[in-house]
Design a protein around this ligand. Structure first.
Ligand code: COA
Ligand code: MG
Length: 334
């Protein structure tokens, strides 16, 4: 299939499947799955006991216990067994945060052992993160391994799955990857919930020079948001690696939120507050949205379609944006 055929196909498939999956934009009226906010997605290296002990004080919505790139190759076993212990003992309080584990990629040769060790704990994480998904086949492989790993596990609820797109080829195949993830969600112990843009691996892959302004990534970021949203999945933006530069982080976070990302990866606790603020609707915006929805309903009852609200023309797309804002405010204010 050439790229254009792939895009046409994925558009149709996205429409067909869109009703079933809940992101913030489809959450209104979504019947089954609750929306898990992931404004700041914080990596904690699984091999680092000191950092793991900090989890109760980390305010991020989503804590990622990392087996992948935050862990040296020589310490993979240590990371697995620390994460297993942490899940098993429940000594660390996640208090409502999304407790997630990032395993190594399918091609690393380490993923199967990660799953075996980490998921042998009697308590499973809420979410798994699978990096460097290069093709739909990777998800087939992962689903198989997950099924066999969990064969004897009594799981009450499915785990969420977040996949990473981190290379040019992965981005090209992203619609087909998302589609396969959604199909597999019907029959495996995971349900696909989001896509992360892995910008540093992507830059290395395409030979781009990484800058704080990230102009070199504009197209890729917009593309990832578009595809993720076509499949009603969360879209998680790049890491701002200059972690001491909070002003640069604020600018990039607000830019990502404005582009449609639902959250952002962070590597340091000092980044959490800035990122979560950027991905939370501002009180004035929530008030605007509530008033707009009310005005829309009043006009509908009077049989009017488009109307003027605070000097702007309002029609259905604006109403949908307003509903997104109200929904995001309700899940992030708890
Ligand atoms: N998770 C939990 N705690 C963290 C943390 C993290 N990701 N990053 C830093 N901390 C803690 C430190 O342990 C330190 O606590 P202490 O003062 O009690 O020792 C405190 O926050 C301040 O940290 P700081 O001294 O400023 O940074 P550092 O030199 O300890 O660590 C990094 C800097 C970048 C190495 C560290 O933030 C890190 O490992 N981040 C994750 C990197 C990663 O996972 N990369 C792969 C994904 S892209
Ligand atoms: Mg990466």
């Amino acid at each position: 299939m050439n790229v254009f055929a792939l895009l046409r196909w994925s558009y149709k498939e996205g429409l067909r499947s869109s009703a079933k999956y809940s992101t913030i934009s489809s959450f209104q009226g979504s019947e089954s799955r609750k929306y898990v906010p992931r404004r700041a997605v914080l990596y904690v290296p699984g091999s680092d006991e000191r950092k793991l002990q900090k989890i109760p004080s980390l305010g991020a919505d989503c804590i990622v216990l990392d087996c992948e790139d935050g862990v040296a190759l020589s310490r993979k076993n240590e990371a697995r067994s620390k994460i297993r212990h942490l899940l098993q003992s429940r000594e660390i309080d996640f208090s409502g945060k999304d407790c997630s584990v990032r395993v190594n990629s399918v091609e690393s040769g380490l993923c199967e052992e990660d799953l075996r060790e980490v998921l042998s704990a009697s308590h499973l994480p809420d979410t798994l993160h699978l990096p460097k998904v290069e093709s739909p086949d990777h998800l087939d492989w992962f689903a198989d391994k997950l099924k066999s790993t969990l064969r004897s596990h009594k799981t009450a609820e499915k785990m969420r799955l977040i996949i990473f797109t981190e290379s040019a080829m992965s981005l090209l195949k992203l619609p087909a990857i998302c589609q396969r993830g959604i199909e597999l969600s019907e029959e495996t112990p995971f349900v696909l919930d989001g896509v992360v843009f892995g910008s540093d691996d992507f830059c290395a892959d395409i030979g781009a020079t990484r800058t704080n302004e990230a102009k070199e990534l504009l197209y890729a970021r917009q593309y990832v948001v578009m595809v993720a949203k076509a499949f009603k999945l969360q879209a998680i933006d790049l890491v701002y690696i200059d972690y001491k530069d909070l002003e640069g982080l604020r600018i990039q976070s607000e830019e990502g939120a404005g582009m449609g990302f639902t959250g952002k990866q962070v590597i340091h606790p000092g980044q959490v507050e800035v990122v979560q603020a950027a991905f939370s609707p501002k009180p004035q915006k929530v008030e605007w949205a509530r008033e707009l929805v009310q005005a829309f309903e009043d006009h509908q009852q009077q049989g009017k379609g488009a109307f003027t609200f605070r000097g702007h023309m309002i029609d259905m797309p604006l109403l949908l944006q307003a509903r997104n804002i109200i929904q995001m405010a309700s899940v992030t204010s708890k």
